[in-house]
Design a protein around this ligand. Structure first.
Ligand SMILES: Nc1ncnc2c1ncn2[C@@H]1O[C@H](COP(=O)(O)OP(=O)(O)OP(=O)(O)O)[C@@H](O)[C@H]1O
Ligand SMILES: [Mg+2]
Length: 225
């Protein structure tokens, strides 16, 4: 469970201050499938980065599974990120010279997992996301949808309970987007908490809960089904 209370975020200092989040209260239960929507610049990615321990809030409290995170050090945040969070981005972010297996396995290097085990785990996950026949391909040899599958497999490699995806279908055509959303739906059904940002209603419709942000505040929070 994630509990954010009165989270604010101000970028920059002094005259250059950019206030972005103005007091976000949000509780996410295990197993939820949430879509975050809202205009460009409203603070969606900022919020995702805070939820994913990629960035600190300026103020407010954050609890993970009942534990306050407070002003944890960078090293602690990195550990929480590795243990709990899988991140997927619109731009895939892959190592261009590494094949799919190596890209998926890369987070395990930092976890100190042996090469053989890394490869084994990466292959399993590539199979799971439907890329069993593309494991040795380089990113440049994969379609956008296939690249996003590799990125999802990589996000799963540490077996996180929470998957965060910031516009995961933003660079994909609608047919491919549907396939990627079916994969997120399957992962959610298997127990992953999924939180994704999208600008598209058809994508948000896959979620059970749709949160709308405007000017750094939650202005709507509705549960479907
Ligand atoms: N590192 C930063 N330093 C200063 N300002 C920033 C920084 N990152 C984001 N901002 C500003 O914060 C505001 C919110 O940005 P954010 O990326 O969270 O918006 P978003 O809702 O994700 O938008 P989009 O839909 O375009 O991705 C924007 O005005 C942006 O310019
Ligand atoms: Mg964004």
């Amino acid at each position: 469970m994630i509990k954010l209370t009165n989270i604010t975020k101000i970028y920059g200092k002094g005259d250059l201050e950019v206030p972005v989040l103005h007091g976000i209260d949000l509780t996410v239960e295990d197993g939820e499938f949430i879509a975050i929507m809202g205009p460009s610049g409203s603070g969606k990615s900022t919020l995702m980065n805070i939820i994913g321990f990629l960035d600190y809030p300026t103020a407010g409290t954050f609890e993970l599974n009942g534990e306050p995170i407070g002003s944890a050090k960078e090293r602690v945040l990195a550990r929480l990120r590795n243990e709990h969070i899988g991140f997927v981005f619109q731009q895939f972010f892959m190592f261009p010279r590494d094949n799919a297996i190596k890209n998926v396995a890369s987070p395990l290097i930092y976890a100190g997992v042996s090469k053989r085990e890394r490869t084994e785990r990466a292959k399993q996950l590539l199979d799971k996301v439907g890329l069993g026949d593309r494991m040795k391909h380089l990113p440049s040899e994969l379609s956008g949808g296939q690249k996003q599958r590799v990125a999802i497999a990589r996000a799963l490699v540490n077996n996180p309970s929470i998957l965060l995806a910031d516009e995961p279908t933003g660079a994909l055509d609608s047919k491919t987007s549907e396939q990627i959303m079916e994969l997120f739906t399957q992962l959610n059904a298997e127990g992953k908490t999924v939180i994704l940002v999208t600008h598209e209603e058809e994508i948000a419709a896959y979620a059970n809960r749709i949160i709308t942000i405007k000017d750094g505040l939650i202005i709507d929070d509705r549960r479907e089904r």
